[in-house]
Write a protein that binds this ligand. Structure first.
Ligand SMILES: [Zn+2]
Length: 416
């Protein structure tokens, strides 16, 4: 395919994705305004339900506006060859190809981040603020930005340098070695994320002894789950939305509960949420997810190796000297349809895993506390209770609340 054909292929991929997202988003928006299903009756009072509808509309409109702007800008940048212009301009400052590639990605990262700051501010300080979710101050927002830049430069810089040096020294065979680098990095991040990254942004404190800790430890003993570290994180610093997660492998496993979760839930509900997380661990979902992630990365790197030195791809991006950074960027677009398909497959696996973790929590701790915790989380977050099935199929990593409640009802009725 010549450069002209390639350029239109790139634009076509972006356009098709935009149209699909737009249509599914619209269907989902229309589906939000329905009667609440019987199983969920009474979880919103009238005022809360009306508020959840307004929250959905605000987020939908915001998403349409930001999505459209980003679409128009991307098409313009591609059509007018501005990626190539940026490459040409930076060549005047870079002493060699490695530094040129690093400059190029750093420039793109900062330009796109700075362009989206107004939208980030609007999302946090106007929409989330209006619905009572935002707890972040301007100072926290700015500090987060600075720390985020620092981390991106450090991690992005190291990974990119490794990638580019491998490409220069090994040619097309770089993919196998870089795959190994990424694999090691993924395992490392999984092990040390909570001890290295989270403390840069939040305060982690061990859960104090008392009734809640006793209950959690009693449950962990009952299911013989090796539990050593339970932490509370000050999520309330940024948002009133709640969460809980697990991280680490082997003996470094940590359970992290948001302070906002502890505040709004009974002890039984909290243990039920943990029981669900323990279910993911016992059913080997965490390891499974990592393996799938590593396999997907391998496929991606192999495909990248097929076009990394193509001069047609560079020309299609508006460059005139073959540049691997332009080709990596073009690959990102060309790969995105396949990445979407792989993402949908991953979501199918993920939703199946959620049912299994719910079933595990139901078997070991009963269905009622988990059901009430899930309902509370949905209403506290003003969630849309009736998302469109296509939207769920394409984008949801978790089944809907209704699907989860129905599955748990089935379990508890079949056990009698
Ligand atoms: Zn889960």
């Amino acid at each position: 395919m010549d450069e002209r054909g390639l350029l239109f292929l790139l634009i076509g991929i972006i356009a098709v994705e935009f149209i699909v997202d737009f249509m599914v988003g619209f269907l989902n928006h229309r589906s939000a305004n329905q009667n609440i299903p019987d199983e969920l009756a009474g979880i919103y009072n009238e005022a809360q339900y009306e508020k959840s509808q307004r929250y959905e509309v605000a987020n939908y409109r915001f998403g349409v506006i930001t999505g459209t702007i980003s679409f128009v800008v991307t098409i313009a940048v591609l059509y007018f060859g501005w990626f190539g212009d940026l490459d040409l301009w930076l060549r005047g400052y870079a002493p060699n190809e490695l530094v040129l590639s690093l400059y190029f990605f750093a420039a793109l990262y900062f330009i796109s981040d700075i362009l989206t700051i107004p939208f980030q501010l609007y999302g946090t300080f106007i929409i989330e603020e209006k619905f009572g979710f935002n707890k972040s101050s301007m100072k926290t927002f700015i500090l987060d930005k600075v720390k985020g830049y620092f981390l991106s430069i450090l991690i992005g810089g190291v990974m990119l340098t490794a990638l580019i040096l491998l490409i220069f020294s090994l040619g097309k065979d770089f993919w196998l070695w870089f795959w190994l680098v990424i694999g090691v990095f993924m395992v490392f991040m999984n092990m040390f994320y909570t001890s290295l990254i989270v403390p840069l942004f939040n305060k982690l404190t061990p859960l104090e002894s008392g009734e809640l800790r006793d209950k959690i430890e009693a449950y962990a003993r009952k299911v013989s789950f090796p539990l050593t570290n339970i932490f509370v994180v000050d999520g309330s610093k940024r948002s009133s939305k709640a969460n809980a997660y697990f991280s680490g492998l082997g003996n470094r496993k940590k359970i992290v509960l948001y302070d906002t979760l502890i505040e709004n839930h009974t002890h039984d509900e909290l243990v039920a949420v943990l029981a669900h997380e323990v279910g993911h661990y016992k059913k080997k979902h965490i390891i499974g997810g990592m393996v799938l992630g590593v396999v997907q990365t391998g496929i991606m790197l192999y495909l990248l190796s097929l076009m990394i030195f193509s001069s047609e791809v560079t020309w299609a991006m508006g460059g005139d000297t073959t540049a691997i950074h332009l080709n990596i960027l073009a690959f990102g677009i060309l790969f995105s349809p396949l990445s979407k398909v792989l993402g949908i497959l991953m979501s199918i696996v993920s939703r199946k895993n959620e049912y299994e973790a719910d079933a595990y929590a139901t078997e070991t701790f009963g269905a009622d506390p988990l059901k009430s915790a899930l309902k509370k989380l949905s209403t506290d977050h003003l969630s849309n209770l009736t998302p469109h099935p296509w939207h769920v199929f394409l984008n949801y990593s978790h089944p809907t609340l209704l699907q989860r409640i129905r599955a748990m009802n089935k379990l508890s009725s079949s056990s009698y």
